[in-house]
Each structure stands twice: as structure tokens, then as C-alpha cells.
Design a binder for this molecule. Structure first.
Ligand code: ADP
Length: 382
């Protein structure tokens, strides 16, 4: 990751340097064109002067109004109106000046046409702005492209890491209850035990199989929700009784561990998928238990107002840092690293929760509980 950051910084510096250089070159090139155009004007003035003398020598500007003028050492004659007429046609970028000379009545010379000069200057400024703005837009687009590529690369690396963690924890989650149930069943097969012990071993084996079943269901549901055509079976769900059932099942699984609190408004109905909604509630409750110390209070609340149904699961556990709150719903994401974590999990629970929330067009909030812990609050529109 550090290498990638360095690489990105180097590329960014290169892009900025390349574009500054490019802009500098373009501005120089622009000034060069401008100077050439100016030079062209000067050259035109010289040409016009020579042409005027040449035509005057040939007698092209002769009339009764012709006046003498001096060209070097030669004195020629020309009608100023004819000269002006010829020059405005042949050299529109020049202005003809006719001024009084002490020895001769009139003398000619030229200057650049101010209108033309103005046009050239405007052209120059326009081109300059065009170059600068094009370079800026191009630099911006390129940098943005780099940012997008870098981000998607980073996401890919993170996803790879999360998938790896997922495989590690799933293998563990599968192996542990399986090995434990196998051991208990082998004990029952090979040893003569009294009825109470037999029942207790069977009960524990069933619990392990229940855990396995839960895990398989979670993985299946997550992959189903992830698929392009996740199937929904929407119908009228009696949310109050469904929450009660899920809660009672949850309490039975943790008979002595926590203090439980259930507050349900009666007869709350929701148009939704009952299987998905059960999964949502049980995942939130499971997490509350997983991330709470023994004896912690776990509450499930369901309320209905005129326009929303509010469902919340609160615990007094370790809490979720503010910085992690928008990442915990990502698939396979788990807070902390595999080495330091004490709880086992797959990073799928909240992914399922957020997907179910989305499917029901609901909203989910993660809030701090008092004095500690977390509240997950879901608002279903009615
Ligand atoms: P898992 O629990 O299998 O790790 P989840 O998707 O259910 O995966 O949760 C993602 C992460 O969110 C967990 O790793 C945990 O760090 C955090 N988390 C979820 N629920 C709670 C909770 N009630 N209290 C504290 N942390 C929680």
C-alpha cells in the first residue's frame, strides 16, 4: 500500500510538471506566432513603400492633382487620392500617412493599421487563454483518472484482504461446531452415560449444528442478495409477532448471558419479505450479543408513528467508532484485524442487514448508546 502511495505521488508530480512545461511551451509558441504576425506587418510596410515608388516611377499615380514627393534622392509625382485607393486595396493592414515636408509639398509613409493590431492582440490573448484552460482541464481530467484508478486499486486490495479474512474465519466457524458435535456424538456412541448426561451432550451437539445451520443460511442469503436477480417475496408481515418470535429464540440461545428487554407496539404490519426481515432482526441481535460483555442489557424495540415504523436494537457493548460506521455494512468487512480480534465472524451480518434495509426502501442509523454500546435504528416507510 505504501509503495502504491509513493507511485501515485510520483505520477501526480510528473503529471503536474509535464503540464506546467507544456503550458509554458504553448505560451511561448503563442508569443512567437504573435511576433511573426507583427513582423509580417513590418514587412508589408516595406513592400508597400517600394511598390509605391516603383508605380510612381512608371507613372501610375499621375493626374492634375499630382504632387511632388521625395523617394531617396529621386523626386517623383503622385496623386494622393490614387495612392490611397491603391494601397487600401492591396494592403488593408496598413494605414497611409501623408505629411507636409518643407522642401516638397507632400511625403508618404505608413504605419500599421490599429484595427488590425487590435485584432492580432485579441487573437493572441484568446489563443493564450485557450491553451491555458485546455491544459488545466486536461491536467484535471488526468489527475481525476489517476485518483479513480488508485481508489479502485485500493478497494480491490481491501476486498482481497477481507475475502481472505472471511475464508479464515468461515473455516474456523465451520470446523469448530462440526468437530465439537462429532466429538459429542462419538462420546454418546462409545460410552454408557446416564440419561441426564446423554441429554446434555445431545443438547450441546444440537446447539453446534444450529450454529452451523445459521452460518450456512447467512452465507446463502448473502450470496442470494448479492445476485443480480435477488428474489423477493413481499407480503403483509406481522412485524410485532415476528420480532417477538425471533427475540424469544435469541433469548433461548443465551439463557444466562445477558439482561433482555423487549418493547413492541402491538399489531405493527409491514409490506415486506418475512425471511429477509427475520434475518435482519436476528443478525442485529446476534451482533449485540457478540459484541457485549456478559450481563449487558440487550433491547429490541418496535414502534409505529403516522409515517414510519421504527425498529431498534440496542446493546451496552464495545460500541463502534465513528470512523468505522460507514464501512461496517460492506461485505466481509470486520472492525480491527484478524490478529487482534477476539470475536469470530464473517463480516456478512451487517451486509445482509443493509441489503434488507435497501430492499425495503428503509433507512438505517448507527447511534451511540448510553452509557456505552450501540443502537442500530431502522426506519421503514409506511
Ligand atoms: P461480523 O459480526 O461477522 O464480524 P458483521 O457484518 O455483522 O460481521 O459486523 C461487521 C463489524 O461491525 C463487526 O466486525 C464488528 O466489529 C462491528 N459490529 C457490528 N455490530 C456491532 C455491535 N452491536 N457492537 C459493536 N460492534 C459491532
Amino acid at each position: 500500500m505504501k509503495q502504491a502511495r509513493w507511485l501515485y505521488t510520483l505520477i501526480a508530480v510528473y503529471v503536474i510538471a509535464a503540464f506546467s512545461w507544456w503550458t509554458f511551451l504553448l505560451v511561448r509558441y503563442n508569443n512567437l506566432i504573435h511576433n511573426l504576425e507583427q513582423g509580417n506587418l513590418r514587412h508589408h510596410a516595406e513592400l508597400a513603400q517600394q511598390e509605391l515608388v516603383y508605380l510612381a516611377l512608371l507613372g501610375s499615380f499621375q493626374s492634375e492633382k499630382a504632387l511632388p514627393f521625395k523617394a531617396g534622392k529621386v523626386v517623383l509625382r503622385a496623386d494622393t487620392a490614387l495612392v490611397r485607393h491603391h494601397l487600401t486595396k492591396a494592403y488593408p493592414d496598413l494605414v497611409l500617412h501623408i505629411k507636409a515636408e518643407p522642401e516638397f509639398e507632400k511625403a508618404f509613409n505608413f504605419s500599421k493599421n490599429p484595427v488590425e493590431l487590435n485584432r492580432l492582440e485579441k487573437e493572441r490573448q484568446k489563443r493564450q487563454w485557450m491553451f491555458i484552460s485546455e491544459a488545466t482541464v486536461f491536467a484535471f481530467l488526468l489527475s481525476w483518472g489517476f485518483v479513480v484508478i488508485f481508489r479502485s486499486y485500493r478497494q480491490k486490495v481491501a476486498l482481497g484482504r477481507q475475502q481472505n479474512n472471511f475464508l479464515m474465519s468461515v473455516t474456523h466457524e465451520l470446523k469448530t461446531p462440526l468437530a465439537s458435535a462429532q466429538l459429542m456424538l462419538q462420546t454418546l456412541q462409545h460410552r454408557q452415560l446416564d440419561e441426564i448426561k446423554q441429554k446434555s451432550l445431545l443438547g450441546n451437539a444440537l446447539k453446534d449444528l444450529g450454529r452451523l445451520n445459521n452460518l450456512m443460511e447467512k452465507i446463502l442469503l448473502a450470496s442470494k442478495l448479492d445476485g443480480a436477480n435477488a428474489q423477493k417475496h413481499f407480503q403483509e408481515v406481522h412485524l410485532s409477532s415476528m420480532c417477538e418470535e425471533v427475540f424469544n429464540r435469541f433469548v433461548n440461545l443465551h439463557p444466562n448471558g445477558f439482561v433482555f428487554n423487549l418493547h413492541l407496539s402491538e399489531n405493527v404490519y409491514l409490506h415486506g419479505d418475512s425471511f429477509m426481515l427475520e434475518s435482519l432482526v436476528s443478525n442485529l441481535l446476534e451482533n449485540a450479543a457478540k459484541y457485549s460483555p456478559d450481563g449487558g442489557l440487550i433491547s429490541l424495540t418496535l414502534n409505529q408513528t403516522t409515517d414510519v415504523i421504527l425498529l431498534s436494537v440496542a446493546d451496552q457493548g464495545v460500541g463502534i467508532p465513528e470512523t468505522e460506521r460507514n464501512r461496517i455494512f460492506e461485505k466481509f468487512y470486520r472492525v480491527g484485524s484478524e490478529e487482534t480480534r477476539t470475536t469470530k465472524g464473517t463480516g456478512l451480518g451487517l451486509f445482509i442487514v443493509s441489503d434488507v434495509v435497501k430492499q425495503h426502501k428503509a433507512k438505517i442509523k448507527v447511534l451511540d448508546n448510553e452509557p456505552k454500546g450501540t443502537i442500530f435504528e431502522i426506519q421503514f416507510p409506511i
